[in-house]
Ligand binder design. Structure first.
Ligand code: PLP
Length: 230
C-alpha cells in the first residue's frame, strides 16, 4: 500500500516537473515520517527513499538508531535551542532556522564537533500568526546576520504555505518566496547560496514544483493520515 502511495507521488512529481520544463533530478522528495512507526519508514526505505523529514528532535534520535545509517534526516520542525546539541551531528539539513539566536546556538554546537552545518531559513510567507518563520520583509536581514557565523552555511529558504482546499491559492506564496530567494542570491552574500527551496506538502507539492521547489516534504501522501491521539 505504501508502495502504491509512493508510486503515485513519484508520478505526480514527474508530471509537475514536465509541466514546468524542469528535470526530475532537480527535485528531492522528503518523506515526512513524523508520528509513523519505524516499520513504515523501513518500507519506504526499501522502495529507495533516503531522505526523511521529522519535526521532533526526540523522534529523530529514536528512529535513527533503529534504521539504516545511510538515511538523510531532515529537521523540518520548530527547533528549541537547548535541543540543538542532540541532532547537530546527525542531520542532513535543518530547514527551520528562523531566529538569529537559534542560528547562534547551531553555530556553537557545530564548532564543537568541527563541522559546518547547512541550514535553511524558514519564512512565514503568508504571515500567519500560528506559524513560525521570519517575515518575507525581514528575511534578507536575517540571512545577512547569520551569514557571519563561521560554522553555518545558509543553503536556501523553507516555507510552510497555508492549509488550503485548492492548492492554486498557494501559488502566489510560492512565487513570492522564489522571488525573495532570487533577490538574495543576487546579493552574492559570502557563505550564502539560494540553491534550495523547500516548499510544498501533500496538498500543494505539484504547484510548488511548478514554482521552483527543489525539495518537497510529503507526509500524508506517502504514509497516510496521522493520528496524534495514539
Ligand atoms: C508535517 C509536515 C509536512 C508534511 O505534511 P503533509 O501535509 O502530511 O504532507 C511538511 N512540512 C512540515 C514542516 C511538516 O511539519
Amino acid at each position: 500500500m505504501l508502495q502504491d502511495n509512493l508510486k503515485n507521488v513519484e508520478e505526480n512529481i514527474k508530471a509537475a516537473c514536465e509541466r514546468a520544463g524542469r528535470k526530475r533530478e532537480e527535485v528531492t522528495l522528503i518523506a515526512v515520517s513524523k508520528t509513523k512507526p519505524v516499520s513504515m519508514l523501513q518500507e519506504i526505505y526499501d522502495c529507495g527513499i533516503r531522505n526523511f523529514g521529522e519535526n521532533k528532535v526526540q523522534e529523530i534520535c529514536e528512529k535513527r538508531e533503529q534504521l539504516p545509517g545511510d538515511i538523510k534526516w531532515h529537521m523540518i520542525g520548530h527547533l528549541q535551542r537547548n535541543k540543538v546539541k542532540y541532532i547537530i551531528g546527525d542531520v542532513e539539513l535543518i530547514h527551520s532556522v528562523d531566529t538569529y539566536r537559534l542560528a547562534e546556538e547551531i553555530n556553537i554546537q557545530a564548532k564543537k564537533i568541527h563541522r559546518v552545518v547547512p541550514v535553511l531559513v524558514e519564512v512565514n510567507i503568508a504571515g500567519e500568526s500560528t506559524k513560525f518563520g521570519i517575515s518575507g520583509e525581514e528575511t534578507l536581514q536575517l540571512v545577512e546576520e547569520i551569514s557571519k557565523l563561521e560554522n553555518i552555511r545558509i543553503k536556501g529558504l523553507m516555507t510552510i504555505a497555508p492549509f488550503v482546499e485548492n492548492p492554486e491559492e498557494n501559488r502566489p506564496y510560492f512565487q513570492k518566496i522564489k522571488k525573495i530567494a532570487v533577490d538574495i542570491a543576487g546579493k552574492n552574500i559570502d557563505n550564502v547560496s539560494m540553491d534550495i527551496l523547500s516548499m510544498g506538502m501533500t496538498g500543494d507539492y505539484m504547484v510548488a514544483i511548478e514554482e521552483g521547489a527543489t525539495m518537497v516534504r510529503v507526509g500524508t501522501g506517502i504514509f497516510g493520515a496521522r493520528n496524534y491521539n495514539k
